[in-house]
Ligand binder design. Structure first.
Ligand code: FRU
Length: 494
C-alpha cells in the first residue's frame, strides 16, 4: 500500500514538474512581454509605484482562458521587465465583476484605511460591474498589495448608470486633492471629479465628445508629461480608448477642466497597429516621467487568438514625453531602457543596397532590430520577419503614399475570420533627409515598431509556425538603402 502511495506521489510530482517546465515555453508565448501564467487577461489596471516596486494589476479571469468573472490579477517588478505573478488581488464577488480602474498610494492616510502604524495603504479605485449598473468602488491593502479588502461603504461614486466606468485617479499636488478621470462611454465623454479622501467625490467638468468617435469611450488617463528638451516643463495628456484603437489629446489641466491645445484636424493615436488598447500609465515613477502599458489584443477577435493556457499580453512599458512639431503636440513613446538588460551582444550588419530581397543570416523570434531606411523613390521597401515557407509578416514603407504600414495577410490566420479581415494598418510618415529610422521588437507573437524615435508606433500580433524565423530586407520598384543595421537577440525574462 505504501509503495502505491509512493508511486502515485511520484507520478503527481513528475506531472507537475513537466507542466512547470513547459510553462513559458509554449508556442507563441512572449518571452519579454508580460503574460499571466495561465488564463485570460485584458486591460492593465492599478499601475502604481511603491517603495521601489512597480505594481501591475490586470483584468483577469481566474477560472478560464476567455473573458469572464473579471477580477484583478497582480504582478510586481523592480525593473518593469522581470515580473513576479502574485495571487489574484481583487476577486469578483456576489456577481459583481471588478472592472478596470487605478490604484494610488495614500501616503497620509487620508482614507483612514491604515490599520497599522506607519504603513501606507494602497487604494484601488475600480468599477463594480453588473449587467444593469456600473459604479465606482474602493478596495485597500495594508500589506503592499498582497491582500485586499473591499470598502464596506461602496460605492463611492454612483450615477445609477449602466455604462460609467474605468476610474483613473491621481494626486493633484497644486490643489492638494485627488482627481478622477472616468468614462461616460456612450456619451463619449470623460468626467472629472475631485476628492480629498477618495470616498466623497465632487464633479468638476466634462471633456468630449471630440476626436475619434468611432466607438464607446473607455479607459481614460490624464497625466503630466515632460516636453522634450525643455527641463521641468510639462503638458497634460489625456488618453482614451475606443473601438479597438486609442487616441490622445495634449493640452492643459487647471485643476477643474482639461483644455486641448491641438486644433484637432487629425486624430492623434498612441499606436497605429492592430493590437494596442486600454493603455494607462504609472504617474509616479523612478524616472519622474510617466510610463504607459497597453493591452496587446483586439476586442474584434480577442477571445479567438490561438494561445494557451493564456490569452492576452502587456506591451513593453513606454516612457512618455511630448514634442511640438509645426504647432502640433505629438506624443513620443520610447521603450524603457531596462529592456536592454535582456539583450545579447549586438551585431552590426553591413550597409546594403537592396533590389528585390536580401535574406539576412540572422534568424529568430525574439530580437530587436534597428536601421535607417532610405526608401526607393516610387515603390515599397522594408522588412519581413517571421519568414517561413510562403509566410511572412511585413513592415513596409510606401514612398508614393508616404505611409508606413504593417501587413500580416501572409501569416497564419485560419483561427479567426475577424483576425484575417484585420490584416493591415498604416500611418502617415514623411522621410527626414531621405530616410526613416525603424526600431523593431519581435517577441514570438508580438511585433512592436517605433519609427522616428517613437513618434509613430505600431503593435501587432502574429502567429508564426515553429520554424518561421527568417528575416528579409526588401525593396520593390527600385533600389533602397539600409544603413546602420543592428540586430540583437533578446533573452527571455523567465
Ligand atoms: C476595456 C474594457 C473596460 C472595462 C474592461 C472589462 O477593454 O471594456 O471598459 O472596464 O474592459 O474587462
Amino acid at each position: 500500500m505504501r509503495f502505491l502511495y509512493f508511486l502515485v506521489g511520484l507520478l503527481v510530482i513528475t506531472k507537475l514538474s513537466a507542466q512547470n517546465s513547459e510553462l513559458f515555453h509554449e508556442q507563441y508565448r512572449p518571452q519579454y512581454h508580460f503574460t499571466p501564467q495561465k488564463y485570460w487577461t485584458n486591460d492593465p489596471n492599478g499601475l502604481v509605484f511603491q517603495n521601489g516596486v512597480y505594481h501591475l494589476f490586470f483584468q483577469y479571469n481566474p477560472f478560464e482562458n476567455k473573458w469572464g468573472h473579471m477580477s484583478w490579477g497582480h504582478a510586481t517588478s523592480a525593473d518593469l521587465i522581470h515580473w513576479k505573478e502574485l495571487p489574484v488581488a481583487i476577486l469578483e464577488e456576489d456577481g459583481k465583476m471588478i472592472f478596470s480602474g487605478s490604484a494610488v498610494l495614500d501616503q497620509n492616510n487620508k482614507t483612514g484605511f491604515n490599520e497599522k502604524k506607519n504603513s501606507q495603504p494602497l487604494v484601488a479605485i475600480y468599477t463594480s460591474h453588473t449587467d444593469t449598473l456600473q459604479a465606482q468602488h474602493l478596495a485597500y491593502s495594508n500589506d503592499n498589495g498582497y491582500t485586499w479588502k473591499k470598502y464596506p461603504n461602496n460605492p463611492v461614486l454612483n450615477l445609477n448608470k449602466k455604462d460609467f466606468r474605468d476610474p483613473n485617479v491621481f494626486w493633484y499636488e497644486l490643489g492638494k486633492y485627488w482627481v478622477m478621470a472616468v468614462s461616460q462611454p456612450v456619451e463619449q465623454q470623460i468626467s472629472f471629479y475631485k476628492s480629498t479622501n477618495l470616498k466623497n467625490w465632487e464633479h468638476l467638468s466634462e471633456f468630449g465628445p471630440r476626436g475619434d468617435l468611432s466607438g464607446v469611450w473607455e479607459c481614460p488617463d490624464l497625466m503630466q508629461v515632460p516636453i522634450v528638451g525643455e527641463k521641468e516643463k510639462t503638458k497634460w495628456v489625456l488618453f482614451t480608448s475606443q473601438n479597438s484603437t486609442m487616441q490622445y489629446f495634449v493640452g492643459d489641466f487647471d485643476g477643474i477642466r482639461f483644455l486641448e491645445d491641438n486644433p484637432h484636424t487629425s486624430i492623434h493615436k498612441q499606436d497605429y497597429g492592430t493590437d494596442y488598447y486600454a493603455a494607462v500609465t504609472y504617474h509616479n515613477t523612478k524616472e519622474k516621467q510617466p510610463i504607459s502599458i497597453g493591452w496587446i489584443n483586439n476586442w474584434e477577435y480577442a477571445n479567438e487568438i490561438p494561445t494557451k493556457p493564456w490569452k492576452g499580453a502587456m506591451s513593453i512599458p513606454r516612457k512618455l514625453s511630448v514634442k511640438n512639431i509645426n504647432h502640433d503636440w505629438v506624443l513620443i513613446q520610447e521603450p524603457i531602457n531596462t529592456l536592454n538588460k535582456l539583450g545579447s551582444n549586438q551585431q552590426m550588419i553591413a550597409n546594403v543596397l537592396v533590389t528585390g530581397t536580401k535574406i539576412l543570416k540572422q534568424k529568430g523570434k525574439s530580437f530587436k532590430m534597428d536601421f535607417d531606411l532610405y526608401p526607393v523613390a516610387k515603390g515599397t521597401s522594408g522588412l519581413k520577419l517571421a519568414v517561413g515557407g510562403d509566410r511572412y509578416f511585413m513592415i513596409g514603407y510606401d514612398s508614393k503614399k508616404e505611409k508606413i504600414f504593417i501587413d500580416r495577410t501572409n501569416t497564419f490566420n485560419g483561427f479567426s475570420k475577424k483576425f484575417a479581415a484585420i490584416n493591415r494598418s498604416d500611418a502617415n510618415l514623411k522621410t527626414n533627409e531621405g530616410k526613416i529610422h525603424l526600431k523593431v521588437f519581435f517577441d514570438e507573437s508580438i511585433v512592436e515598431i517605433y519609427t522616428d524615435d517613437g513618434m509613430v508606433v505600431f503593435t501587432s500580433q502574429v502567429f508564426p509556425e515553429k520554424n518561421d524565423t527568417g528575416i528579409i530586407l526588401f525593396s520593390d520598384g527600385g533600389i533602397s538603402r539600409f544603413e546602420n543595421i543592428r540586430y540583437q537577440k533578446i533573452n527571455s525574462a523567465h
